[in-house]
Design a protein around this ligand. Structure first.
Ligand SMILES: *Cc1c(COP(=O)(O)O)cnc(C)c1O
Length: 374
């Protein structure tokens, strides 16, 4: 059994994907070009923003807006403590300091109350200047932007949405990728919208930012690639990846989001009362990057994952360590006691196989296996 069955998806979309790849190879135009432009238009339209700038990865999509905003040494950027490393890595990469914020105990997303406390503490300490907040749409559910946007406005901070897992999600019909001053997403193969390698995109309504990002992505180009006006990067989406993403975006809209939500609902019905199932708040729509349950403690989690493994069912732990406890951030000398929720969730969380092509029978088998372990 596959954890996220990309082979089943390819089997369903093979004619369109193969044709797109063949066209790119036939044209011998491998970087940027018409398909990348078309994809950017379709992505911007789907998300409901003015601009989409594609790039080489989700990590670059987070890095580039921070570069554009001049984030660097002495700046504080607030990130949730429970996320993939890249969310905080880009901050530290620019010499700025990630300030970790504990999470809500039901959605596992950045807790707005803890955010405000962390901002106040940073202001009082006078060592760092608060500059930006990067909430994460963890496991596919958008963060609480209503509350977070109020806070960023009050403290005059920039807001960068990390929608690497959230693409396809929404709050009251407003899509993930449309919150804040800019948003980043990832096309890593296992994400809700994945390509066949690395890729990413930035979304924004800010015309000036869009122009700057397009320059950054191509060695800080001015009038052309050989006129260099700022220090940039080489961060572009391959044309072949755009050819793969075009039919995949259509499938996501036409059936995949609906199917993955139906699969998640089935899991929650069958597991209700046995384990803690995911909470999707009223008005929120998840794209289900992961279906993550909570067990009583790490011993029970170990028992469940062992039983699943014996039955040939894969499971994964996202995430085993909160960011504040990562070795790379040891010099920040954070205290576990400041992050009680993230620390506890890391010890209890377990993600189950989930994708739009997962059938009800398989979900029943997985749930029965979990129940037999408990
Ligand atoms: C995957 C991921 C990223 C990084 O995306 P890449 O395309 O792998 O560089 C950033 N943030 C979160 C929350 C992610 O899940």
């Amino acid at each position: 059994m596959e954890f996220r069955d990309l082979k089943a998806q390819y089997a369903a979309l093979k004619p369109q994907i193969d044709e797109g790849i063949a066209e790119v190879i036939g044209s011998s135009s491998f970087i940027s070009g018409g398909k990348v432009k078309l994809l950017e238009q379709k992505l911007a339209e789907f998300v409901g923003v003015k601009h989409c700038v594609s790039c080489a990865s989700g990590t670059d999509a987070l890095l580039m807006p921070l570069m554009a905003w001049g984030i660097g040494v002495g700046d504080a950027v607030f990130v949730p403590d429970f996320t993939f490393f890249a969310t905080a890595e880009v901050v530290a990469r620019l010499g700025a300091t990630p300030v970790f914020v504990d999470i809500e105990c039901d959605t596992y997303n950045m807790d707005p109350i803890c955010l405000e406390k962390a901002i106040e503490k940073t202001i009082t300490q006078k060592k760092l200047k608060p500059k930006a907040v990067i909430p994460v749409d963890l496991f596919g559910q958008p963060a609480n932007y209503q509350k977070i946007e109020k806070i960023t406005q009050e403290y005059n901070l920039l807001l960068l949405e990390d929608a690497a897992q959230g693409f396809g999600g929404a709050i009251s019909g407003k899509r993930a990728g449309s919150f804040g001053n800019a948003a980043a997403t990832s096309f890593f193969p296992a994400k809700p919208l994945g390509c066949y390698g690395d890729g990413g995109a930035i979304f924004t309504n800010d015309d000036t930012l869009e122009k700057y990002l397009r320059s950054l992505a191509v060695h800080g180009k001015g009038t052309d690639k050989y006129d260099n006006v700022i220090i940039g990067l080489n961060s572009r989406l391959d044309t072949v990846q755009a050819a793969i993403l075009l039919p995949k975006l259509e499938a996501l809209q036409n059936s995949e989001l609906e199917n993955i939500n139906a699969a998640a609902k089935k899991y929650s019905e069958l597991l209700d009362g046995c384990v803690v199932t995911p909470t999707i708040k009223a008005g929120y729509y998840s794209s289900w990057a992961q279906y993550s349950i909570l067990l009583k403690d790490s011993a029970e989690r170990q028992k469940v994952s062992d039983t699943l493994k014996t039955a040939g069912i894969p499971s994964n732990i996202y995430y085993r360590k909160p960011l504040h406890a990562q070795t790379a951030f040891a010099e920040l000398a954070c205290d576990d006691a400041d992050y009680p929720v993230a620390t506890e969730i890391c010890g209890r969380v377990l993600s189950l196989p989930l994708h739009p092509y997962l059938d009800a029978k398989t979900i029943e088998l997985i749930c029965n296996t979990i129940k037999s372990a408990l």
